[in-house]
Design a protein around this ligand. Structure first.
Ligand SMILES: [Zn+2]
Length: 242
């Protein structure tokens, strides 16, 4: 049932609004059709709803906003019937202002959550980078093997790895050609992969070179190429690490 508040003292219009909003006994339909009301009140049928809305405010004491408690207002009989259907289906209703406010708050919280997640991811990445740097820092003053001490296998493996890691240009050549340009660091960390035809053989080659101190995992590698378990580095992707 709706409550009507009249905004006029014109009895003629009040009577029209009463009939317009009058419900049948089951409160399911409006028995007074527009086409029968129009000639009775000498108002065109298409102007009738507008006239009624200017005459009175119809609201529902049964359907109120669950947030602010404001009663549901109706701007047509169709609106009224839709509101009843919605309410009987969902058992609650929220006004447009409260709905918008909640949406705004929800978006704000979502944004905050995303920012926090991004900050945490960045902090974790930095932490992982520190762990990598600690674990793979260049060991200066370490005894490297002399070329004459290399076994033939190691030498072949080393050259294959160097080739797979991209061409190494003699410094003098670059000095001649790139005057004024930044000199590329031939010892800069690089990704070494596809040395041989199989991944297993690649790993064998790298393991041998690593064991002899001829190649090492660089601390400059991206943290995403490593696997971590809490504060321990548990592995890395040989195809992506530098
Ligand atoms: Zn509300």
């Amino acid at each position: 049932m709706s409550t009507t508040k009249f905004l006029t003292e014109d009895e003629h219009l009040i009577q029209l609004a009463r009939l317009y909003w009058e419900l049948d006994r089951e409160e399911k339909t409006f028995p007074h059709q527009l086409k029968s009301l129009a000639p009775r009140f000498a108002i065109p049928a298409n102007k009738l709803t507008k006239t009624v809305l200017e005459t009175c405010e119809a609201s529902s004491p049964a359907i109120v906003c669950e947030t602010c408690g404001r009663a549901r207002r109706y701007d047509s009989r169709k609106d009224y019937l839709e509101a009843q259907r919605y309410y009987s289906r969902y058992g609650s209703w929220r006004c447009w202002e409260c709905y918008n406010e909640e949406e705004r708050r929800r978006r704000e919280e979502e944004e905050k959550r995303r920012e926090l997640a991004a900050r945490q991811a960045l902090a974790l990445r930095l932490h992982h980078k520190e762990l990598i740097e600690k674990a793979h820092a260049r060991q200066e003053g370490r005894d490297y093997l002399l070329p004459t001490e290399l076994s033939l296998t190691s030498a072949v493996y080393l050259f294959s790895a160097m080739k797979a890691g991209g061409p190494v240009c003699p410094r003098a050549f670059w000095e001649r050609l790139t005057t004024g340009f930044e000199e590329p660091d031939v010892f800069a960390p690089r990704i070494i992969k596809d040395i041989s035809l199989t991944k297993a053989f690649d790993e064998e080659i790298l393991d041998r070179l690593k064991a002899r101190g001829l190649v090492a995992v660089s601390a400059a590698s991206e943290p995403e190429t490593f696997g971590f378990h809490e504060d321990l580095i548990v592995g890395y992707d040989p195809g992506r690490v530098q």
